[in-house]
Design a protein around this ligand. Structure first.
Ligand SMILES: Cc1cc2nc3c(=O)[nH]c(=O)nc-3n(C[C@H](O)[C@H](O)[C@H](O)COP(=O)(O)O)c2cc1C
Length: 194
């Protein structure tokens, strides 16, 4: 295999989901986040609709976003169903994080593309970001927890009803090593016809 393949395959296999509690609070230079967004912009996109959009929160704004997210949760639920540990978990995601990138799908109506293809394109853009982050030693976590998929989140972000929040991406640095696992053997996922 070529050297390029070896480098790429190492990055792909070493990418791990590392949650904010495992981050160490150090700040990522903004320019590095821009570099990751430039990678996202090269994801495949049917009919070049480029549906990915990013709302970046850095420094104090990242902490403020986590607080707003926790408050959105609190205000969306009846006091009987409110869970303090869930509130704390959402809030805690702002603690050691450096940048938060809310990624959403901007739906275009001037091109006839099924929604599934736009979702696929934005997911590919997110993977580009996560792989780029791995390559430069940044820990990342793609979350769809909390209020990610709720209408209240769309309203808070001021995005259109037809748009889709694809994930809240948390970035920072981590000190530890994080192992990955897959349970189903690849051979069970592949049907090879010859
Ligand atoms: C679309 C998507 C949404 C995810 N949302 C969450 C989430 O809300 N909470 C969570 O703990 N992990 C979430 N994850 C991360 C997965 O838990 C993680 O990818 C899985 O455990 C495999 O670990 P790895 O990414 O280190 O290989 C999400 C992953 C994807 C692809």
């Amino acid at each position: 295999m070529s050297d390029k393949f070896k480098v790429l395959s190492e990055v792909i296999k070493n990418r791990r989901s590392i949650k904010p509690p495992k981050m160490n609070g150090k700040q990522i230079p903004d320019e590095q986040i821009w570099e990751l967004l430039r990678l996202a912009d090269w994801a495949p996109t049917h009919k070049i609709t480029e549906p990915w959009r990013f709302l970046v929160y850095s420094g104090d704004k990242a902490k403020a976003f986590a607080l707003e997210h926790a408050e959105l949760y609190k205000n969306s639920i009846s006091p009987e169903n409110f869970k303090q540990d869930k509130y704390e978990k959402i809030l805690g995601n702002g603690k050691n994080v450096s940048h938060i990138v809310v990624t959403y799908l901007k739906r275009s109506f001037n091109v006839d593309i099924p929604e599934i293809e736009e979702i696929a394109a934005v997911a590919a853009a997110i993977e580009n970001i996560l792989l780029g982050a791995t390559a430069i030693g940044i820990a990342g976590f793609w979350s769809t927890g909390g209020m990610t998929h709720k209408n209240e989140m769309k309203k808070f972000l001021k995005i259109a009803d037809e748009d889709i929040v694809m994930g809240i991406l948390y970035f920072g640095y981590t000190d530890g090593f994080h192992d990955g696992k897959r349970i189903i053997p690849l051979s069970e996922k592949v049907t090879w016809n010859k």
